[in-house]
Design a protein around this ligand. Structure first.
Ligand code: ADP
Ligand code: 5GP
Length: 191
């Protein structure tokens, strides 16, 4: 039985970068694939980036308690498929990269199931660094940057509900600390 890791943090903090490095180095880790009702973008493959569902199918699964968590973004539904994650957990440890609201839903959904997820918040060393990373990555307008920053402050204020706070300062060092957390939590569950 693997361990379930939930990784959150503001947009642009480096979650995707850290998770990609971890997956490259540790083949016992797997990343969950979400379901969505949005149309696939060019190059996206079924079961790789997402499982693409019709709205009817998504709502049916939701009503049958088929998601560990779900949310609506930009008019489309997104959710973490419960059977998919539980099946993967039999063999490997699984990472969910989801926001604060989703993380709280997952913790709630698994209460009493015998699975205790490990919640890890990734934080920037400071706000200026987050702004630089956001600005360096994409072409957000001033207005979008401000919205993201407000959202980032909100997300980081929820760190108290997390098991770990990991500051993504120097990439390699942060990746190694994340690996340590993962190894520690895996071994706790082997005892
Ligand atoms: P997220 O998935 O949290 O939205 P990304 O992984 O896309 O963030 O990272 C945002 C940007 O910051 C990318 O350009 C990435 O290369 C850069 N980045 C991530 N971690 C670091 C780091 N420790 N130091 C410098 N740049 C970083
Ligand atoms: P996109 O359509 O750009 O791939 O994703 C849009 C938004 O949906 C992003 O903010 C992304 O984090 C969020 N999202 C993707 N998968 C899930 C999921 O499984 N659950 C929740 N709650 N949000 C998700």
């Amino acid at each position: 039985m693997g361990t379930l890791f939930v990784i959150s943090g503001p947009s642009g903090v480096g979650k995707g970068t850290l998770v990609k490095l971890l997956l490259e180095e540790d083949s016992s880790l797997a990343l969950s694939v979400s379901c969505t009702t949005r149309q696939p973008r060019a190059g996206e493959r079924e079961g790789k980036e997402y499982f693409f569902l019709s709205k009817e199918e998504f709502l049916r699964r939701r009503d049958e308690n088929g998601f560990l968590e779900w949310d609506e973004h930009f008019g489309n539904f997104y959710g973490t498929p419960k059977p998919f994650v539980l099946e993967m957990l039999k063999e490997r440890s699984v990472i969910l990269e989801i926001d604060v609201r989703g993380a709280m839903q997952v913790r709630e959904a698994l209460k009493g199931s015998g699975i205790s997820p490990v919640l890890i918040m990734i934080a920037p060393p400071n706000e200026e660094t987050l702004i630089d990373r956001l600005a360096g990555r994409a072409s957000e307008s001033e207005e979008e940057l401000k919205t993201r920053l407000d959202r980032a402050r909100y997300e980081l204020s929820k760190s108290v509900d997390y098991d770990y706070l990991l500051v993504n300062d120097e990439l390699d060092a942060a990746k190694n600390r994340l690996k340590d957390i993962i190894e520690t939590e895996k071994s706790k569950r082997r005892l």
